[in-house]
Write a protein that binds this ligand. Structure first.
Ligand code: NAP
Length: 200
């Protein structure tokens, strides 16, 4: 059974956890302040979600990271090599209160992110929709809400694609990070913030 960890328990981390709970999937969620600070949240989200430390969440087979862009280096610092485990990059290089795009020096945000998670097979996913569209019913519009994903490792991508399908979404593989990471990058890419639905 594949284990799942979540680093970041804000809008996106929580929305992902809610999507898991809806489908009876277990996960460990973490933030910067420790598991006690998440006791009320996990109680409210549902029985399959457990609060843990960042290190516990990072030790799982699949680790979704959803942390404010400027805080990512601190959030990922000092973790052991991921040794081929899957890390989902749900992050965007922009944050409030100014919403000024981060300086990426010509790189894609997923390239910068990959440099922060040594040994990980990075899949970009869960970054392009508002939180309520991730946590809400993927069949709400009568079809299946689309989630895009991309990555350079075919097997890692297939695993994340299978998770996306299990959550009830219609997964669309955008290819390698150099292509998909660019298409879903926010700001700049053409795909974020659209609620695409697959009918038929
Ligand atoms: N909000 C959206 O509409 C949206 C949509 C798509 C993608 N995104 C992306 O998703 C990411 C998260 O956004 P969000 O809106 O969920 O942010 P958020 O609500 O501000 O939550 C950020 C989370 O990161 C945690 N965190 C910060 N520093 C940490 C550390 N050192 N170690 C562990 N956890 C740490 C925070 O924990 P503490 O509270 O304990 O510090 C908090 O749980 C961002 O990159 C954002 O661009 C956001």
């Amino acid at each position: 059974m594949t284990s799942i960890g979540i680093i970041g328990a804000g809008n996106i981390g929580e929305a992902f956890a809610r999507a898991l709970v809806r489908n009876g999937i277990a996960a460990t969620i973490s933030n910067s302040r420790g598991p006690d600070s998440l006791a009320d949240l996990v109680r409210e989200i549902g029985p399959t979600i457990t609060a843990g430390t960042r290190d516990e969440a990072a030790s799982k087979d699949i680790v979704l990271v959803a942390v404010n862009w400027s805080k990512l280096p601190a959030a990922l610092k000092g973790l052991p090599d991921f040794s081929g485990r899957i890390v989902i990059d749900a992050n965007n290089p922009i944050e409030g209160p100014l919403f000024k795009p981060a300086e990426l020096h010509g790189r894609l945000s997923s390239e910068v992110f990959t440099g922060l998670v040594p040994g990980a097979r990075v899949v970009k996913a869960f970054n392009h929709l508002q939180p309520h569209l991730l946590s809400g019913d993927p069949a709400a519009e009568g079809g299946r809400r689309v989630l895009f994903y991309s990555g350079d490792d075919a097997r890692a991508k297939a695993e994340v694609g299978a998770l996306i399908e299990r959550l009830g979404f219609f997964g669309v593989d955008l290819g390698p990070l150099s292509v998909g990471g660019s298409l879903v990058q926010f700001p700049g890419g053409p795909l974020p913030a659209h609620n695409f639905v697959r009918f038929g």
